[in-house]
Design a protein around this ligand. Sequence first.
Ligand code: XMP
Length: 506
Amino acid sequence: NVLILDFGSQYTQLIARRVRELNIFCEIFPYNHFPEDLSSYKAVILSGSPFSVRAEDAPHPDLTNIRGKLPLLAVCYGAQYLSHFSGGEVAPSNIREYGRANLSYIKEGEVFFDSIEKNSQVWMSHSDTIKTLPTNGVRLASTKDVENAAYRIDGELTYAIQFHPEVYHTTGGKQLLENFLVKIAEVPQSFTPNAFVDDIIVELQEKIQNDKVVLGLSGGVDSTVAAVLLHKAIGKNLYCIFVNNGLLRKNEFQNVLEQYKDMGLNVKGVDASERFLSQLAGVDDPETKRKIIGRVFIEVFDDEATSIEDVKWLAQGTIYPDVIESVSVKGPSATIKSHHNVGGLPDYMKLKIVEPLRMLFKDEVRRVGATLGIDAELLGRHPFPGPGLSIRILGDLTPEKVRILQEVDAIFIDGLKSHGLYDKVWQAGAILLPVNSVGVMGDERTYEKVVALRAVESTDGMTADWVHLPYEFLMTISNEIINKVKGVNRVVYDISSKPPATIEWE
Ligand code: XMP
């Protein structure tokens, strides 16, 4: 188990992902809120930070329980921090040190740099530089502009690097982390999807015992994997509820419900389409639409959950990025975001929360899902927003608009699949615009709806770019939509990136 102390760097989560790729479990803690008992940790990594160590309000945690006691790797800010407070000198650098650099010097015979070639590329991002090493510091590597690009401290398992091993552009980054964690710190590489499944099942059984658990399935990857894990752990005591809000994709409710049943899950499908759509009638403000959907969902879910006698737990598909967030570097106290996919259950239910995936990243959830034998197609599904098609129908909703958009969306998504493009796209969908445009059919002019198609590539939805789908494909899909979907006479393709646009239109 590895502890990562976060000083607020945008790359901290990436460090965790790289460590996990080595099959080593790690946890991120804010630099000012980490556990006192470090006996279960085998190594510590200090992250970068937007601060200068010389700034008065910069993070200056007490590392006496860590340094010299556990193997320590200090990255960027961490490296400067160790130097600044232990007899070295950190000063503003004369040249900007951002982007690519090469390790022009690597000290020979150092395990830390095993299998890393001289001139290997590294990624720098800092404005201060380490002028002199801390007491007992031994220089391990330099670049053209950065003399102290890496050092260690004699007599300790303390290593420090100015560059970022976690970013893709540092070509030897993963090797370096492996050298430190596996060869130097001797951390076992035992965190595999299989091991996770075995451990979490025992943990869930001990925690839940013979209690009943209720879980809301959404058709998405996270809630599905959470359900299958719990099902393995507690069997029939898991009660799943899958709500149709009338805003799902075409035939999605029936298809996914069947799939869930085939997987052996104890699932109840609740078709509340009319309840949602009647509450949404005439509402055109996007945030109000979201709020209504959230409220009605909780009402429907509560009705179902309260009908399960003696239910004690609410299970959620919360994943690690929802649990952690880079520490707030503005305030003195670190803030951690807590996020719930299903929030706001009334107090009288007094349900305890269980979140089997709260320590996993999305790609790990997929791998765990594969280990559990969940269908690859289900695991590879694009993300789909909770409020569903409602935020892709701009303005107010009617059953007719939902029908039109479901038809258009189905043609687009099926087309992506049959042309082998679905897995190359992170998320795709269609948007129904609140305008009629003129068209001509036979001798008559028509005034019918415009739909936009959107397909983006992204890793986390925070930034995204439009996908350059082939013209031939767009032509085929456009023809099919206009020929088959009554009420649509024009198709456009969205070529905006995020930022400044967003993925959804509302
Ligand atoms: P935006 O439009 O903000 O979307 O670029 C980023 C990602 O978030 C999804 N999204 C939502 N998901 N409830 C959700 O559960 C929402 O209200 C919501 N709004 C956007 C969107 O589909 C994309 O994956």
